[in-house]
Design a protein around this ligand. Sequence first.
Ligand code: SF4
Ligand code: SF4
Length: 436
Amino acid sequence: MDKQRILEKIRNAGVVGAGGAGFPTHVKLDCFADVVIANGVECEPLLRTDRLLTERFPEKVVAGLRAAMTAAGASRGVIAVKKKYTKTIAALRPVLRDDITLHLMDSFYPAGDEQQIVYDVTGKVVPVGGLPLDAGAVVQNVSTLFNIAEALEERPVIKKLVTVTGEVGKPSVFNVPIGTSVKELIAAAHGPSDTDGYSVIIGGPLMGRISHDISEPVQKTTVGIIVMKTSHPLIQMKTRELAKDLQLARSVCCQCNFCTMLCPRNALGLKVEPHKIMRAVALGAKDIDSINGVFSCCDCGICTYYACNFSLVPSRIMQSVKAQMIKQGIKPQKTVAHSVSGNFENTKVPVSRLIRRLGIDGYDNEPALAEFPTVKTVRLPFKMHIGVPARSLVKTGDKVEAGQKIAVCEGLGADVHASITGKVTVTDKYIDIEGR
Ligand code: SF4
Ligand code: SF4
């Protein structure tokens, strides 16, 4: 199959980056690269989604990777996983050929960060304001590659593997129709029926966000659901008001520099210096020579959840400064400020230590793939991707079949397909389907 045909099939199936922000895959792969890297590292603690998917469907991951290589004109494919994923490695080895190799990484956080992987695989650093393509690479999550393989067989993205863990009786990985409510997944994992006193993180413990309404639907990008007591220090830090964070930054930050010393993007030579930004924001200092580095902050949370001994949140301050700069029309200068730190290896944070530091070692179990009850209703947002929302192709009262295209995206974005068979209700943001 040629490049254009592959991109067309990916677009038709509504494939977006399944492990990140949901960038449309047909746009990302419309490029020329030397290497396509499959990201199966899954570096956020507690999540098992990508590992289980790769163990169960290694041929699909490889087929998706090969299609991605054709689309991007790349002669080389690499599957990056952690050395300790022995079952995943054993599943992959028999299905690899000469054009695709395994790349084994240490168990550090954030090993799954796109730029860490690119450096580990190619030895090249992605500049501030740049893309992996600047290093000749395209990175695709293994779940996205699975969806590409399905797209080649005309099967659109209508299901999602999601890890459900934390304060639940049966930590599990479920394969659910997109649009299933988070509440149903928590119930299926034997979570608390009354969520008073509990909070729910959507995503991983570090980069995930707090859900404000657990009736929200699973989306194409949802990878994890973590139930925790609201009193847990991690939840307390995640829910603190920004104004309070700024006040604490002003009164408590001692400029010890630990956040910058342990910042993985700073170690790559990208001049990401959260301690200076803390000083600037808290004290109004103007002598900031590292403002461009803010654009390279990936919100990994190492500075906040691991480095700072005073429970300050430099990562949130960095993201807030970045958002303000983008709003003001400030653009990053494409540059690598320094060479990779000689201390690079020593700044890698072992996942086991990070888990203990976060106080989530009690949840570090091995959730298994589990059956999920039949889903009766789903809610499909018009926007589960970066770009513009899709436009409905159906109207309230219409009957749809699972897999049918129900919304189309005319600009940057992705089409939406019915994840169950049933009758639709269309609102301004969603299409609800009541199952037959
Ligand atoms: S680690 Fe904490 S106290 Fe030290 S400079 Fe960074 S934010 Fe300030
Ligand atoms: S979140 Fe903190 S540690 Fe991570 S890249 Fe940004 S500044 Fe560096």
